[in-house]
Design a protein around this ligand. Sequence first.
Ligand code: IMP
Ligand code: MG
Length: 431
Amino acid sequence: MRKKNIIVVGLQWGDEGKGKIVDLLSKEVDIIARYQGGNNAGHTVVSGSLSLVFRLVPSGMLNKDKICILGNGVVVDPVVLFEELDSLNKLGIEVKDRFFVSYKCHIIMPYHKRLDIARERLRGAGMIGTTGKGIGPAYEDKVARLGIRAVDLIDRDILYEKISLSLKEKNYLFKNVLGETVFNPDDLINKYLELGKRLKDFMIDSSEFINNKLDEGNNIMLEGAQGTFLDVDHGTYPYVTSSNTVSGSSLTGVGIGPTKIDAVIGITKAYTTRVGEGYFPTELKAELGNSIRDKGEEFGSVTGRPRRCGWFDANLIKEAAYLNGITGMVVTKLDVLSGLNKLKICTGYLLKGSIINHLPYSISDYDRITPVYEEFESWNGDIGGVRSFKDLPVNAQKYLIRLEEYTGLPIYIVSIGKERTQTIMLKNIFR
Ligand code: IMP
Ligand code: MG
């Protein structure tokens, strides 16, 4: 039987703890590839005394014998990429011959960042709360056919022409609409050719490369960034990121077909968080939200912004389950809920007298829905040392069983702390 190929996605609004889980599951695969997003992501991986935050490179990079790839669907800021590769090198983690970037990746340019930040300012109170990394404008240029691809960085004439074309409209906007200084292609060309020279050694065709590797009997894990409800189509639009985050997008994002995939693993926190603006039905505004935030250290790993916290939303996870075709889930940060008085799980939204089991279609309905909750008794004490389901406090066991019942998804893994070892394995995903 062939080795399993899996997709790992976040089921909420990102920050579900994918970094730790991807790192953990890396042992079972030969290749780890990202398929969308860019350095808006922040994946924290803790290994012994090492705590590393990756923004761009796949979370599997710490596993020295694994191949890691940025697929064509990722937008790459080469400056950030080389910072990360350099810091890995300093830790003695070799990247040569095992890290690759698709030649089709679109490049985040300095003007994308400036545009991202200026647009947010223009929106004022209606801001999205982006990470300000230029992600949206880079994807816009891709679709507008104005993008710079990785391969363009190795040809001076093409690069110059493409930067000039892209800046024609943008400089007008910067000058006349956004009140920003303009860019001159002459100031960018040498720096980006220099970056291209270095990037060249890592460039591959991710589609050809991965398909060949799979044919040779290797397996792959496709690592999602952000989360299901930040998806540009299926998320809480317009408060979303600019890529498709759901599992289906992983196929176009590296260039393989759906017949290659054996399992889709969804990661969810035992509660819910969201960073940035936008709808969040089970958000806890007062003290309780703050206490979850402090206990769970819920601050953005890229921007440091405090994350908004709230109850587990089973309604949301059910929707995420069918959007992604989830086969099983991983529940993270269960330890954070220890010692809270009462716990709640949202089982539906009340809208105009009836229960709806999906997010509202129209944004005007978000203000009209009331989450319906089921209450639970919590448990006390530190559960960070528990290694099997039966050793969890009875109420924690009950809580997990209810999560399974409400979402209709089996739990494969429970995470009860940052360390790799603070993990309860309920099912081996690869057997
Ligand atoms: P952008 O991706 O920087 O354009 O930001 C759009 C929205 O997605 C904002 O609400 C961000 O806070 C959010 N976002 C982007 N990346 C992540 C992530 O990795 N985790 C959580 N939220 C994210
Ligand atoms: Mg994150």
